[in-house]
Design a protein. Structure first.
Length: 535
């Protein structure tokens, strides 16, 4: 039966006496909408909320054969409860033992949940309080991990915008190991960062601080929370990829790493925090940090007029939805009166960015002599973001933008995997340190429509595996914040139905990036798709 979105598998004796053998709660993901980036500047914020639906329970007076069917799912359901996994139906293929094939539970159909903007905000903050379970590194025992590419969003930061005529949030950006949240290796991280002059850093990166240090945070500065978030990420990845799978040995070389970050201190510092716990006390002489000037990591392939066209169309859609939201406009008018500025000026200051900082750090919202900005103001703005995201998924303009925006980065990812599959041993661990406006279009382009919007310190991981029984065959897994989303991708969502392997063939990923991404534009190449006007 289904109660509040939780499936009970019942082994009934009568309608009054039954024993629940297993419980499985399915949590559909819903993201909040970002404040859409401009063509030249891209910043946004989101989260997600889940809630179950309610339906009636099935009768316990089933036939004996129905009891047997129910009994057949009990073991699988119990396994999913404890491991958050689901085994596929036993398929004898390539001699793979079906017991070793486990998958993430696919989403069940439920009623659309009610929006809870406060819960959304908590998820977005990603406060490092409890241990995180992850599915990175899971594969049949005879598979060999060949490469890992990681795309991260920077950790928690100070606001990029200030609400006019209000006091800035009083947040300390110095690193103090005795202040929560902390990490066992935070003090050692600080000491190691002070020795980083030997590292090779492109361009202006060498002039950026390697860790935050201002007693009153500067605009956009990484906070201690943000550092700790990525110390935890690096530790988690080390336990899986270094300790378990030996991706890099103790004598690893600089050529085995590819490290890249945008030119913001918060992305550089996030990369270094993750790298420190991934490779503790690493040799600075082996570190070569490359500077990526574009937030979408398009490198030398950034000239794409149609990408900008679809982004501008998406911005128009977002504006149209906003002006129709009377509740949102009333909130902006009320907040503007409290602050004492014109409504247009308040709206332009992107108040949700500052309010999220107050919220994530448990600091009271700002007050003036006229009054205080409160939780109701915050909730209305956040709720509008959720509604905007739902409409964005329906209109598909952002999806078209995302395909063109992310092709250069995904093409680099595919090319590296192909080289490694051919036997090359360079750049087997890749780290791109980026922004929400980097990860969000990648998720959209891959077709992972139910993924949460990138929280602080979000991570998207691409794994390349070699089949030990057929060494010429390679497969990929894609994981988002520890969850296996490989079979949510548009290019591999049907593959698992007819295969025994819990992975996606590398060639499917290659075909998607090299060919299928352009089909919706009636084109055969990135250049053509970027310059072909829609009919």
């Amino acid at each position: 039966m289904n109660v509040n979105g939780c499936i009970f598998f019942l082994h009934g004796i009568s309608s009054h006496t039954f024993a629940p053998y297993a419980l499985l709660c399915q949590m559909p993901f819903y993201r909040t909408a970002p404040l859409l980036p401009s063509v030249t500047q891209q910043q946004n914020t989101m989260g997600y909320w889940w809630k179950g639906s309610t339906s009636t329970a099935t009768s316990a007076s089933d036939t004996v054969s129905q009891h047997k069917k129910i009994g057949g799912v009990i073991f699988r359901a119990a396994l999913m409860v404890y491991m958050h996994l689901i085994p596929v139906n036993p398929i004898k293929e390539d001699g793979l033992n079906p017991k070793s094939r486990k998958r993430i539970m696919p989403d069940l159909l439920t009623e659309p949940p009610a929006i809870d903007p406060v819960y959304e905000a908590h998820v977005y903050c990603n406060i490092p309080t409890i241990a995180e379970r992850s599915m990175e590194g899971y594969a049949p025992h005879y598979f060999k991990l060949a490469s890992v590419q990681v795309l991260i969003r920077h950790g928690d930061r100070y606001p990029l915008y200030a609400i006019p005529k209000t006091k800035r949030p009083d947040i300390d950006c110095t690193l103090l190991p005795n202040r929560k949240p902390s990490h066992p290796q935070l003090e050692a991280f600080i000491k190691h960062m002070s020795k980083g002059s030997a590292a090779q850093m492109d361009g202006t990166l060498s002039s950026l601080p390697r860790y935050p240090s201002h007693s009153l945070c500067e605009m956009g500065e990484l906070t201690q929370t943000g550092v700790v978030q990525h110390l935890r990420n690096g530790q988690l990845l080390r336990e899986t990829y270094i300790n378990k799978h030996k991706l890099l040995l103790n004598d690893w070389t600089a050529k085995q790493l590819y490290l890249e970050t945008t030119g913001k201190s918060r992305t550089l510092q996030s990369a270094l925090a993750l790298l420190y716990t991934f490779l503790p006390d690493f040799d600075w002489k082996k570190i070569n940090m490359r500077h990526q000037w574009s937030t979408i990591f398009c490198s030398g392939s950034c000239d794409c007029p149609m990408r900008n066209h679809y982004l501008e169309e998406e911005q128009r859609r977002q504006y149209s939805l906003r002006v129709k939201n009377n509740d949102l406009e009333k909130i902006y008018v009320d907040m503007a009166k409290i602050v004492g500025i014109p409504t247009r000026q308040l709206r332009a200051s992107n108040p949700i960015d500052s309010l999220l900082c107050y919220f994530c750090h448990n600091v009271s919202f700002p007050c003036t002599k006229t009054g205080c900005i409160g939780m109701e103001h915050f909730k209305v703005i956040k709720r509008h973001q959720l509604e905007d995201e739902r409409e964005r998924q329906e209109k598909k303009l952002y999806f078209l933008y995302a395909l063109l925006a992310t092709h250069p980065l995904l093409n680099q990812t595919v090319n590296r995997f192909q080289r490694i599959a051919e036997g090359k041993k360079e750049e087997i661990f890749v780290l791109h340190s980026a922004h929400d406006v980097t990860l969000s279009p990648v998720l959209s382009a891959l077709g992972i429509t139910e993924a949460r919007f990138p929280r602080f310190a979000a991570r998207l991981v691409f794994e390349l595996w070699q089949d030990g029984k057929r060494p010429k065959e390679h497969f990929i897994r894609i994981l988002y914040n520890g969850a296996d989303v490989t079979f949510q991708t548009s290019f591999c969502k049907d593959y698992y139905k007819r295969s025994s392997k819990p992975m996606c063939p590398l060639e499917k990923f290659v075909s998607f990036v090299k060919r299928d991404m352009f089909l919706v534009f009636n084109s055969t190449s990135y250049y053509d798709a970027c310059h072909r006007r829609p009919l």
